[in-house]
Design a binder for this molecule. Sequence first.
Ligand code: 7RM
Length: 656
Amino acid sequence: MSQSTIESILQEERLFSPSESFSETAHIKSLEDYQRLAERAKADPEKFWAELAQQELHWFQKWDTVLDWQPPFAKWFVNGKLNISYNCLDRHLTTWRKNKAAIIWEGEPGDSRTITYAQLHREVCQFANTLKQLGVKKGDRVGVYMPMIPEAAIAMLACARIGAPHSVVFGGFSAEALRDRLIDAEAKVVITADGGWRKDAIVALKPQVDKALADGAVPSVENVVVVKRTAQDIHMQPGRDHWWHDLQQDASPDCPAEPMDSEDTLFILYTSGSTGKPKGVVHTTGGYNLYTHITTKWIFDLQDTDVYWCTADVGWITGHSYIVYGPLSNGATTLMYEGAPRKSNPGCFWDVVEKYGVTIFYTAPTAIRAFIKMGDHLPKARDLSSLRLLGTVGEPINPEAWMWYHKVIGGERCPIVDTWWQTETGGVMITPLPGATSTKPGSATFPFPGIIADVVNLDGNPVGENEGGYLVVRHPWPSMLRTVYGNPERFRRTYWEHIPPKDGKYLYFAGDGARKDKDGYFWIMGRVDDVLNVSGHRLGTMEVESALVSHPAVAEAAVVGKPDDIKGEEVVAFITLEGNYEPGDELAKELKQHVVKEIGAIARPGEIRFSEALPKTRSGKIMRRLLRSLAAGEEVSGDTSTLEDKSVLDKLRGEG
Ligand code: 7RM
């Protein structure tokens, strides 16, 4: 965050209270209601979660222990048996929701589809049988590399139905990134599409899968299932590749949901950290089902008449928890949109809101900032009066963007829920409850009932009012990650030992900086590690650096984030070259393209700066703090006494 943003946030005093009419019908109606819940949960967390699990979910068999906590390893609802696909589908079929729209899909260009719960159930069962036909068994991992089409949700639910953990890889990731993830997860099958629509163009997905699997690079993959979406020519490898529609045609719609153990893995989702390759975050069945269910219900105040739209991609955790599992578990209507705002159609989001009468809209601050720039005339030309609740996620929202969202999109009548959470937390952790919480622009407000969050120093002691510190969680929660796939030590080190445990008390370290104000409101300041947040997407500086040094011209690379008005942060790479290469625009372009090839377009550096040397400490560590200041065009301040060669700084500034 820039200094000016921090200052404006520190002065933020405005308070927005929920309207009486909103609170009246809300699930959680008042601050007192919230406090009562939070206190009850704090006094006896296990009882609190057990009661909700009993009320809100269908269990084939009840658990015998609510929580088994062997820090840092947690088991929730031990020996309970359930199936999240059953909770998202089957249980609604015996109610009036049978013929309610489960998924409204708005595709590109001009396609659309509405799928009722009964229809979705049938398709999921068929695809579950298809997977079985391909030899997928309980416990086998399935890779999903899809555009934003209903088949992505169908594939996920079908995997869940037979107990095969899915690992969804965002369709914007490159073949190389896909391959790394498929190898790590040892996926047996990959589900993909021929292509997808991205800003008026077709992006090839199947050819990326072919590239990822080439030369037997992922020996575990036996079959590839391909949805025909864009219908361009693609290569189908006999014996390995199958068309979705061919397989579905022969599949029986009868497939009972497999009773899963509460702690059976539901999915693995890769996310960037500050070191090494992306981590496979493991989520299990029971706790994740409960937590995404109840957070969706209370935070978005879901009512049966709502048309709920989360603009994320299913390739991210937000898509998993708040497009697919949370809404469907509640029997809601969830909207899936394949498009994205672009020059040729800058008002497309508002067209979708108007067309379907969207009532709840959940998006990222980066999108809001882009809309501000595109102009108020776009939303103002549409009827947005159906909206009753707005949400944001992915990065801190600056108060200006919050106010614009409130006024121009929400017509000053919609509460805004600024939801803080992570891939690792599975569901939203710090958030307003819209009928209860008075909001302050830029603050995620308070922890969800049952979540004991705090701001501490590196000794684990709480910091003072308005003092910056590290955001932690003090007690396990149902949807917490259970481990890093194949690497429990990394799980322990990264999240639970960063702040050394004292007297057997473990703190979950989120990697974010935060402060609490005089009223106890949480203000999230952003990452404190080497993780960037570019347009709400997490990116490890090391990942981008590894991509860069894999290019023959690059001797050394240091990547930092530079504040950006729209994207939040932009990737800036400082590069030293191998002796026989010359810096120049051509090479800079080539290096940017190289990063796109290695990771994907989301990681493309906005700027490449060539340098003869990088600023390092005497022990050889790159001083990113200095590079960040340089990238932001700020005066390099603070302590430079550990800098090994002071002339490097002058050279980087262009004064050498
Ligand atoms: C859901 C998601 C997680 C990181 C997290 C934060 C940042 C997310 C907010 C936020 C401030 C928010 N998962 N973050 N939400 N920062 N206010 N409301 O984004 O794993 O991809 O990223 O995103 O830094 O650690 S994620």
